[in-house]
Design a protein around this ligand. Structure first.
Ligand SMILES: [Fe+2]
Ligand SMILES: [Fe+2]
Length: 285
């Protein structure tokens, strides 16, 4: 029996859950990058004075994910090598790692795997015209389930009942969340992206990744592709919870517009990326 109060997303954010604020360093980087006269040296300085971000940035730059082919030991060198847009995504990645780290490790691994799956989908065509780069697509996947960590922290007791409700009623995880709380983690993650002033594409994509009605009709392609990337992870055994019940609707496949012929190559490349996923989990931990 469920006697808990149910919320809509606005009431939840007003009454119960406090979204993590965007760290100052990342806000400063974003502000600086948006200025026409932004200099690489200034961005490097901002990162360098934040020791935790600086260390994570260097570890990421030297990981196989970026594959720069030389050892990078200073932030300034990293910024020059990767350019401003990539460095901004990288700083965001390092920040999200810290947010996800407070949740269970399987959330982190699943989120990174979904990021890698999105990168593979972007590199293999279907997403290319919708996101700025494969690197940006990675961030979308990395963030897609951040709402689970926020709900698990903000509503620990009712949220802990989600797996039981899912099993008892043979629901998907997000449907069980809606049963228990009234909203799902996708809506909460979308709210976080808005709060952090990330692009509308990422905020809507995350909000609608399980239910396309929760995002703007123009953004459904990205939400549907996130759903497919999520499915690839679950099918590969990198789910964020046990016994995932997963169904992709015909509508979602249509919006994702993934060419069925390219799917085997996507799956093969994704499976070949497993060592990269593990490396990123080590970097994030
Ligand atoms: Fe999800
Ligand atoms: Fe997921």
């Amino acid at each position: 029996m469920n006697s808990e109060k149910k919320y809509d997303i606005d009431a939840l954010l007003e009454e119960v859950v406090t979204l993590p604020s965007l760290p100052h360093t990342l806000a400063n980087i974003t502000e600086l990058i948006n200025k026409p006269d932004c200099s690489l040296v200034e961005v490097a300085k901002i990162i360098a004075v934040d020791p935790s971000l600086a260390i994570k940035t260097l570890r990421l730059v030297n990981s196989a994910y970026y594959g720069v082919g030389q050892e990078v030991t200073t932030i300034e060198h990293a910024v020059v090598l990767l350019g401003l847009k990539v460095i901004r995504n990288l700083a965001l990645t390092a920040t999200v790692f810290d947010t996800l780290k407070s949740g269970a490790e399987r959330y982190l691994r699943h989120s990174i795997a979904c990021g890698v799956a999105m990168r593979v989908l972007a590199e293999n065509g279907p997403l290319a015209s919708h996101v700025g780069s494969a690197d940006e697509a990675f961030v979308y996947g990395l963030l897609h389930d951040v709402g689970k960590v926020i709900l698990a922290e903000g509503l620990a007791e009712p949220y802990a009942r989600t797996p039981d409700i899912m099993r008892e009623r043979r629901l998907s995880w997000y449907q069980a969340e809606q049963e228990v709380i009234g909203v799902d983690h996708a809506q909460v993650g979308g709210a976080l992206a808005r709060n952090w002033k990330l692009s509308p594409l990422i905020a809507h994509g995350i909000a609608g990744h399980h239910d396309l009605r929760h995002c703007d009709p123009d953004m459904r392609k990205i939400a549907a592709t996130l759903c497919v990337a999520d499915y690839l992870c679950s099918a590969a055994g990198i789910a964020s919870h046990d016994h995932p019940v997963f169904h992709i609707s015909d509508e979602t496949w249509t919006f994702a517009a993934i060419d069925k012929e390219s799917l085997p190559a996507v799956i093969k490349t994704f499976f070949q990326s497993f060592p990269l996923i593990e490396e990123l989990v080590r970097v994030a931990a």
